[in-house]
Every structure is written in structure tokens, then in C-alpha cells.
Design a protein. Sequence first.
Length: 242
Amino acid sequence: FRTAAVIPAAGRGVRLGPGAPKALRALNGTPMLIHAVRAMAASRAVSLVVVVAPPDGEAEVKNLLAEHALPGGPPGSSWGRTEYLVVPGGESRQESVRLGLDALPPGFDAVLVHDAARPLVPVDTVDAVIEAVRDGAPAVVPALPLADTVKQVEPRADGSPEPVLATPDRATLRAVQTPQGFDHDTLVRAHATVTGSVTDDAGMIERLGLPVVVVPGHEEAFKVTRPLDLVLAEAVLARRRA
Ligand code: CTP
Ligand code: MG
């Protein structure tokens, strides 16, 4: 059973503020993307990692991989046995993922899609996703219950107070993370046929009318989106080293 990971890393990181593309920003001295690549390669099941680079950052990403990710990792890890490919990304996350899928050589049974912006996901979460795909689920997402109550509102572009329309039952809601795992052929078919925007890959599988299942996510798989998330990510890394 062969598993590849596609890492969309082509976003600019507008919400993080001015600077380099988000995936290339450092966390405790190492680019976020490298942390994310290591998180995938840490799983013994992952034999290929495809990085979807910022459109003008392909050469830089190749250099970073050569510098940081390739030489064997800690004992028992599979970093040294993992292969890497780098392809340029697209305008949207969805397009970047499709470009990554297009670059996959034949022979993979499962594909993980993992945001470069979730650099700290633990290997146990990665393995749990792969395991559920291997057990026959066409699509698997790691997710956590919500801490905040969520309100549906009527958005107001002018900044005026937004009317609340409804309060969905929090117990039935989950915040979805990555890596999301897929049967390879199903994900390729979804990317070839589903039109319109979706914010995650599993959403495309839902559009095909196929089941998506949830496995437990992890707090440390949070997405680095805003400046405070950088502070949190660096604190998590410091705690791991302590
Ligand atoms: N992504 C991508 N190609 C794009 C847009 C996003 O590969 N055209 C990737 C990002 O690099 C990131 C992941 O999709 O790893 C999740 O997207 P997000 O957190 O929204 O990152 P950005 O789009 O970079 O951030 P922002 O929306 O704040 O600009
Ligand atoms: Mg974005």
C-alpha cells in the first residue's frame, strides 16, 4: 500500500502580514515548509512528498529541501528513504493541489494533502489518517471539537454590526485540519470533475456524493494563519526541544 503526500505551499500568507511567502518563513530558524515536509516524511508509510512551491519559488524550495530535509532524520524515522518532488503552484489552493496530483508518478494507492501552514502535526495523526484510508475510507479528515460557540451571521461588508441568523449545535461541529487522506483514484477524479470553489479537498469528495470520515485531530496541527500563530508555533517547538 503506497502513500504519497502533496503539500500545497504556494500561498502568499496575506493574513500573516508583509514578508516572504508564508511557507518560507522561519519557525525557530527553520522554514515552516521544512517542518511540514518532515512531519509527512516522519511517517514510515509516506514514500514520496510533492511540494507545491510558490510560483517563483521553485528553485528556492529545491535548495531548502537539499539543505534541510534529505539527510536522514533521527533513528527510526524514514526521512532518508523518502523521495521529494517540487512543482510550481497555482492561483488557488485547489489549483495548487491539482498541480501536485498531476506530478505524481503512477502506483500510489493513497494520497495525503497537507497544508505547509500546519507545520507541527504529530506523526500519530498522520498515521491515523493513512490507516483509515487503508481500511477503505475514500476520504479521511482529522478534526477537533470546537471550543468557541459558532454563530451564523449575515455578513456586512461595511463593518456595521452583523445580525445573527442562527447558532448551530456546537456538539455536531468539528474544526477540520490536515493531512486529509484519500483513495488516490477518487481524489484525482474529484479534482477532474468538481467545479466551483471548496475550501478543502474532502469537500470535493462530498460533492461526488462519497462518504468522508473524521479521525481525531491534534491541537498541534493548528494552521499558522495570523501573527499570533507564529508565537504559538515557536512555543510548541521550544517545548518539544525542552
Ligand atoms: N496554498 C497554495 N496555493 C495557493 C493558495 C494557498 O498552495 N494559491 C496553500 C498555502 O501555501 C497553505 C495552504 O494552501 O499551505 C492553506 O492556505 P492558507 O492557510 O490560506 O495560506 P495562504 O493562502 O498562504 O494564506 P492567506 O490566505 O492568508 O494569504
Ligand atoms: Mg489562503
